[in-house]
Ligand binder design. Sequence first.
Ligand code: SF4
Length: 362
Amino acid sequence: MKILDYNDTQLSKKILSEIEEISLSLGDITIMEFCGTHTHSIFRFGIRELLPENVTMLSGPGCPVCVTDNLDIDYSLALAEIPNTILVTFGDMVKVPGSYKSLQDIKAEGKDIRIVYSCMSALEIAEQNPRKSVIFLGVGFETTAPTVAGAIIEAKRRRIDNFFVYSMHKLTPPAMRSILELGEVKLDGILGPGHVSTVIGSEAWSFIPDNYKMPIAIAGFDTIDILLGIRALLEMIRDKTPRVVNTYLRAVKPKGNKLAQNLMYEVFEVTDSYWRGLGRLPKSGLKIREKYRNFDASIQFPINIENVVRHKLCKCGEVIRGVTSPLECPLFNKVCNPTNPIGPCMVSSEGTCSAYYLYGAK
Ligand code: SF4
């Protein structure tokens, strides 16, 4: 059996020449890649430079850490300050500045903040520390939420009553809908997120061609995946046939992963959510259901957060909406860099500012 190399140079060149040919019949085209992992792959593989001059890639809001608002960061900081508490989180969250501090700052002050790669590790920490409250920061899109749901179900089964989750999970289609409704940027097509679509399915994006007459191509994360997605978009734009095209067939099914969806909705229910840059979006977040309320940190540790401050010069909100390039931010690479991030877009491994910085975008 021949295994396809998804970074094969010859095949990449062939698809690129097809992209070049299709683009000859088109005017200026702007494609938004929704997903932050796509943004970083596109920069890493130099795809922006390889595309024809009339095809522009624009980064979208698909970085869960970046879209987490300062209100939630401040809440997380307040949770970490509760005596006898261990706060557990994914690494990217630690450096994100809240209104006044980051989790890294209060860790340096002696608070017990631990970094894990999976929510199940947080559950183990809770089991090993029965006299402490262990609070996990649930940040992520539909890809992450099922794993957090699984940990909550497991905590209930094992009767681990000192494990809590502060859910900041968000759903991706409402954010894409918001960008299209705002109409601040002229878009011709969407490169759809691969990871998220493995869970929600390619059909979840049908509102984009149906309601906005815009094509969307779901793509994976290697060179050929991304180029195939861009080629599919250009073909649909040329032929005026907006549809959902799934070029990530080895991972994404039309209806997604039912097991993961069932797990997610067993524990979570849809709620409104506040997004950095996009504001409050209806039905765009996940909160823990009443039957799992014992594990809900927002119920078990209610905290009133006041005086939320957002850095006046940081353009993360505009970068997330695609209306401003990181290069237009007055702080980029002057004050703000990965060692001294002013906003989350510079912190996260999926952030647009960090991609511009890491790959020396000009
Ligand atoms: Fe915010 Fe820094 Fe990006 Fe500017 S460069 S938008 S300050 S994260």
